[in-house]
Design a protein around this ligand. Structure first.
Ligand SMILES: Nc1ncnc2c1ncn2[C@@H]1O[C@H](COP(=O)(O)OP(=O)(O)OP(=O)(O)O)[C@@H](O)[C@H]1O
Ligand SMILES: [Mg+2]
Length: 236
């Protein structure tokens, strides 16, 4: 069985966790082993780096910040993601290099291209098979999170101005435009079920997943039952 690497991207409160939960459930029901992970903080070392990146007080130089994210990524890809893909697992990851490019590059002082290069170096070139971009007006995302009483106090990134989050959103959309075959952009203002349906329609087409969408599958959305995912036209 082939592994598959799927990443979820989007602003705060855009529904990444909600959709990863849905997708994980579907994949498990179809017999797949799923590894849920996130950046920053997907390893022991990464948890320490995450603490520094999100909660440390005082100024962190943008290049230092970029290197801390890259260190987290290097450790995570080498010790968690690649071994899982080699076992044939499906890796569902909350945030990856597109977050770095969108937040550090377009949003801050560094150029997107150099952040991407650094990231790819850290990841030894590993790109996702699919990146789901949950596109949402950042003020809507913030409102959703504030309505969720389980949230802790704002972290450092969240405290940045709305304008910053608007720039991040535009940077994400530019990344998706540049790599349409890797990205699925979903309007995250739709209902949870609608978003999940669009994500699933695309996930089923991945080479590493297609065997889960077998003919006769009662949950199949492929009317021809071919499971080959020639395009249902429901995504995008
Ligand atoms: N499509 C949706 N429509 C309305 N509310 C949603 C939708 N998807 C998720 N939510 C709600 O919005 C809140 C944030 O969702 P979720 O935690 O999945 O987002 P997230 O992108 O993981 O956020 P974070 O950036 O905090 O990790 C939750 O209360 C969730 O129930
Ligand atoms: Mg989340």
């Amino acid at each position: 069985m082939t592994g598959a690497f799927v990443t979820l991207e989007g602003g705060d409160g855009s529904g990444k966790t909600t959709q990863a939960d849905r997708l994980e459930r579907w994949l498990r029901e179809h017999g797949r082993t799923v590894v849920r992970t996130r950046e920053p903080g997907g390893t022991d070392l990464g948890l320490e780096l995450r603490q520094m990146l999100l909660h440390r007080r005082g100024h962190v130089d943008p290049r230092a910040e970029a290197l801390l994210y890259a260190a987290d990524r290097a450790q995570h890809v080498a010790t968690v993601v690649r071994p899982a893909l080699e076992r044939g697992d499906v890796v569902l990851q909350d945030r990856y290099l597109d977050s770095s490019v969108a937040y550090q590059g377009a949003g801050r002082v560094l150029g997107g291209d150099e952040v991407r290069e650094l990231s790819l170096w850290a990841a030894d070139g590993l790109l996702p098979d699919l990146t789901v971009l949950l596109d949402l007006d950042p003020t809507v995302g913030r409102g959703r999170r504030e309505g969720d009483g389980t949230r802790a106090a704002w972290d450092r990134l969240e405290a940045e101005a709305d304008e910053f989050h608007g720039r991040v959103r535009r940077a994400y959309l530019e990344l998706a435009d540049a790599e349409p075959e890797r990205f699925l952009v979903v309007d995250a203002s739709l209902g949870v079920d609608e978003v999940a349906e669009r994500v699933l329609a695309r996930v089923r087409q991945l080479p590493g997943i297609a065997d889960a969408a077998a003919p006769g599958d009662p949950t199949s959305t492929d009317p021809a039952g071919t499971g080959t995912g020639t395009g249902t036209g429901t995504e995008g």
